[in-house]
Design a protein around this ligand. Structure first.
Ligand code: NCD
Length: 304
């Protein structure tokens, strides 16, 4: 079965191809408007979302397909105690492909074993978010013209930020990548990512609390929200939530060709005054997300 649970299931060649198709869709959208005629996407969102769900749904609609699903697990039979396995087995009788977001790490993997149709992980707990990574890679390719030889700074909640984990895994496969991991001690990148990806592959990285000191060397600055919903107590969240706030003053020492990214939603970590800076690419990421999801849906459904 064609699923996308972890970004590493796609080879770099497959990612290049998805980027190429997404760029072609952007340039010639009319060539694609009937590609998924008579196909149905089910979006099963057991956790809040704006961009990811709506971009999946718009992607399918722009391919001429249809969409079913739920955006609140309280309105699904999960609230009656139905298992993920049973829910997707049922949905597999109605739809051709599933995009699923779930607070439990591994839930989309379980779903992929029972659905009988392709399953896409649209975010599982603090673990992974492969389609945000595809949007991020397309953005980096468009902004920088390459995916190699880049110094990438990740700033904020590197512990619970699933978009960070997936993007680090994906970028670790390109030549000349260096990571600068900027976070408070409590929100450092999990050891399993450092050991199994960075140390295992010998990728250079440094950990620091100091965004200002890291700034001048960065080609990309990937800001993240402190993931409130993953905290066990509110006091810790309140203490850490405003650890980093990017504003125009903090960009004084940044490179002219820096690319500022953020998977969104933003809370306080990027001041709105940065939005007009030509280096801000976070709303471009949103746009790119729809096109690369169109390319992905076609690939997983075996449509040329
Ligand atoms: C991210 C997520 O859900 O992990 N949002 C998104 O899908 N663009 C980031 C976040 O919620 O902070």
């Amino acid at each position: 079965m064609n699923n996308l649970i972890d970004i590493l299931e796609l080879s770099t060649e497959e990612i290049d191809k998805l980027i190429e198709v997404a760029q072609d869709i952007m340039a010639h959208p009319d060539n694609y408007y009937e590609k998924c005629k008579n196909k149905k996407l089910a979006t099963l969102f057991f956790e809040p979302s704006t961009r990811t769900r709506l971009s999946f749904e718009t992607a399918m609609l722009d391919l001429g397909g249809k969409v079913i699903g739920f955006s609140d697990s309280n309105s699904s039979s999960a609230s009656k105690g139905e298992s993920v396995a049973d829910t997707v087995r049922v949905v597999g009788c109605y739809a051709d492909i599933i995009a699923m977001r779930h607070p439990k790490e591994g839930a989309p993997l379980v779903a992929s074993m029972h659905a009988g149709i392709p399953v896409i992980n649209a975010g599982d707990g603090g673990h992974n978010h492969p389609t945000q990574t595809l949007a991020d890679l397309l953005t980096i390719k468009n902004e920088k013209g390459r995916l190699n030889n880049l110094t990438v700074g990740f700033c904020g909640d590197l512990k619970f930020g699933r978009t960070v984990h997936s993007l680090i895994n994906a970028m670790s496969r390109y030549e000349g990548i260096k990571f600068v991991l900027i976070s408070p001690d409590e929100l450092k990148l999990p050891s399993y990512v450092k050991n199994e990806t960075l140390r295992e592959k010998g990728i250079p990285f440094e950990e620091t609390k100091d965004l200002a000191a890291a700034m001048p060397q960065l080609d990309i600055l990937y800001m993240t929200r402190v993931q409130k919903e993953r905290f066990f107590n509110e006091e810790d969240y309140i203490r850490l939530k405003d650890s980093y706030i990017l504003n125009p003053e903090k960009l004084v020492n940044a490179r002219e060709d820096l690319t500022i990214m953020h998977p969104l939603p933003r809370v306080n970590e990027i001041s709105v005054a940065v939005d007009d800076d030509p280096r801000a690419a976070y709303f471009k990421q949103v746009k790119n997300g729809k096109f690369i999801r169109m390319a992905l849906i076609m690939k997983l459904l075996g449509i040329e």
